[in-house]
Design a protein around this ligand. Sequence first.
Ligand code: ZN
Ligand code: FE
Length: 256
Amino acid sequence: MSRLDIHQIPVLNDNYVYLAHCPETGATAVVDPAVARPALDAARAKGWEISHILNTHHHGDHTGGNLEIKAATGCTIVGPRADAGRIPGIDVRVGDGDTYALGNAEAAVYDVPGHTRGHIAYWFRGSDALFCGDTLFAMGCGRLFEGTPAQMVASLDKFKKLPPETRVFCAHEYTQSNGRFALSVEPDNRALVQRMKDVDAARARNVPTVPSTIGIELKTNPFLRADSSDLQRTIGMSGRDYVTVFAETRRRKDSF
Ligand code: ZN
Ligand code: FE
């Protein structure tokens, strides 16, 4: 099994597009191409030939480059079976329990509805890499545009079970604003306080804070921590059930 080389491309205001390259076969995927040109240019600079697009969900800032990249490269577009009608140029439909081979690297596919109803994630176990789109962010999670809090909790629970060293390649640089909110609901979380110092220092130098890891998210991300007594106390919901606490935390973030 091959370990992917992963190249991060910042585009638009705060999106990240990724190139994932299998060094043994040359297979190269663009993950969530918001726009085409930066991905095509980055691939050329690397000497990589784009063979695939992996989409996590239908939003334009994740699929906007699909058709132009496909026209330029003849690549295969892989996306959510549950939302195939909204993925431009889709060729291969995948969902929960499927595996998908990118060269000699293999992804387990998860259905992770909540942000959109057909959102999926790709976990490349042999590369310690999770491509989760807009489901999990560094210290945050996606807005619930098309799903319920219970659905999002079930989706995030799938990520909580991954190895802590798994790198979280989310699709936006939202970390600093997410962290400010996280501190407002868990002000005494020491791991969170320290992480925000590191994040502020990185952003002051315009350095990406992504990828994160599952391990650090478990310690600092309030949307994985609805069972935290500190968080529950701060928002006045001590002892309430997990989904209710999550929903209130998400509601507060929406207007933070
Ligand atoms: Zn989105
Ligand atoms: Fe997005």
